[in-house]
Design a binder for this molecule. Structure first.
Ligand code: 5GP
Ligand code: ZN
Length: 113
């Protein structure tokens, strides 16, 4: 069982921001900024390593990149935003279904890099 597969399948409700045949973008349940949207491929990949090893991975990565742009447009993030991917246990990944955090709507100050 995978939480984000269940959300993609509509078994668990989410607040949708953008969707197409390859991705679902919905609001994080525990937002860290006024905009905190998760860009999630509709096909299950564990993480960025997994998707990069799959034949159709590039299609889904491309769809995620374009969805980030759509979310930024929808959310009015023209002055900037941050995209975060946590990979694996040491990277702080808690849901083991590939996703990108799109964070913005405020001037982001807490930079690690
Ligand atoms: P990670 O820590 O894996 O990079 O990110 C997982 C994110 O999923 C966290 O920011 C967490 O708040 C969010 N999350 C966990 N469970 C749910 C849920 O049931 N619904 C939504 N919308 N977000 C969730
Ligand atoms: Zn999944």
């Amino acid at each position: 069982m995978c939480l984000f597969c269940d959300i993609v399948e509509g078994k668990i409700p989410s607040t949708k921001v953008y969707e197409n045949d390859k991705v679902l973008c919905f609001r994080d349940i525990n937002p860290v900024a006024p905009t905190h949207v998760l860009v999630v491929p509709k096909k299950h990949f564990d993480n960025i390593i997994d998707v990069s090893s799959k034949e159709d991975g590039a299609l889904y990565l491309d769809a995620c990149a374009k969805a980030v742009s759509e979310v930024a447009k929808i959310e009015g993030l023209g002055t900037g935003f941050r995209v975060i991917n946590n990979c694996g246990e040491d990277g702080g990944q808690t849901v083991m279904h590939l996703h990108f955090h799109v964070i913005g709507g405020v001037k982001l100050t807490e930079k690690m890099i």
